[in-house]
Design a protein around this ligand. Structure first.
Ligand code: MG
Length: 297
């Protein structure tokens, strides 16, 4: 087992940087402002923590139940909206819908999103925003499944990429983007992560990668060494590229999601039931170089 000391900075401890929310999700680091933005889904608002001042403020309210978010290649925020049943991009501070239909069918409620180095947007589409009263608006599953989609912004084309999961949720690429990890949160007691081979526009050969206990693996990120840093009921768990548990960082609340940030990308920010946590690590996100580059573009 890799020593936890190799992953967490010497003397580092989990710090609660803000509390008072209800089910935080969708954290993303914004290099331009050195701040951390995240969703409070039931509160229907977006928070922003300014790491320079240490203050947290409401970024926007009545946001149609945003969930997961990331940055695109230009450094713009791309996020999922349960209420609008779409993936949207923030332009001049306003959300603009990128995609909300597959053929004539509305999407369910996009949950989490990643952007590949070819600018394609991959996202999961479980139904929580149309089945959970405090996470969106009641609705029906119009295309009859819960898929992972690939959206190509340049051509505005949307294609199903993965159709064999029940509740696809968190997702992230391996550092070379040859693999896509996707969690299935159909069983909240056992966090299942599946892995797929990626070849340009397709994902195939799905197989079980790891089971996270106690579940579930709602959100996760991959570091530069290919390790998976995932949420669980009581901790952040770090899995080796082979799927073995190599470290565990206890968190005193249910963990929903996480992301790397900070000046050099080594601060791990963790959204949990009511709070935002941070711990200094010795690694960073596999996409950190790209994210930092977005700072100036
Ligand atoms: Mg999620």
């Amino acid at each position: 087992m890799t020593a936890e000391a190799e992953l967490v900075a010497p003397g580092a401890h989990l710090e609660r940087v803000w509390t008072g929310g209800s089910w935080g999700e969708g954290p993303v680091w914004l290099p331009q402002t050195q701040s951390l933005r995240w969703s409070e889904i039931p509160g229907n608002r977006i928070y922003e923590y300014d790491s320079l001042s240490g203050r947290t403020r409401v970024h926007r309210q009545n946001v149609e139940f945003t969930n997961g978010r990331t940055l695109d290649l230009a450094g713009r925020v791309v996020q999922c909206s349960h209420g609008r049943r779409c993936v949207e991009v923030e332009i001049d501070g306003e959300p603009a819908t990128l995609v909300d239909h597959w053929r004539e069918h509305r999407l369910n409620s996009p949950n989490d999103v990643v952007v590949a180095s070819d600018a394609a947007i991959w996202f999961t589409d479980p139904p929580y925003g149309i089945t959970e009263p405090d996470e969106g608006h009641p609705g029906s599953m119009e295309y009859g499944g819960c898929w992972v989609f690939r959206y190509q912004p340049e051509s505005a084309t949307l294609e199903p990429a993965i159709t064999d999961l029940q509740r696809p949720n968190g997702l992230a690429f391996s550092p070379d983007e040859s693999l896509l990890y996707v969690s299935d949160t159909v069983d909240t007691a056992r966090g299942l992560i599946r892995v797929y081979d990626v070849s340009h526009t397709t994902a195939s050969n799905g197989r079980d990668f790891a089971t996270v206990l106690p579940g579930c693996s709602d959100g996760f990120r991959v570091d530069v060494a290919g390790r998976i840093w995932t949420s669980s009921l009581d901790s952040v768990q770090v899995l080796s590229p082979q799927g073995r548990l190599v470290a565990r960082i206890p968190v005193p609340e249910k963990v929903s999601n996480l992301c790397f940030g900070g000046p050099d990308g080594t601060d791990l920010y963790v959204t949990a039931s009511t709070s935002l946590y941070r711990i200094r690590t010795l690694t960073t996100d596999a996409t950190w170089a790209r994210t930092a580059a977005g700072k100036t573009s």
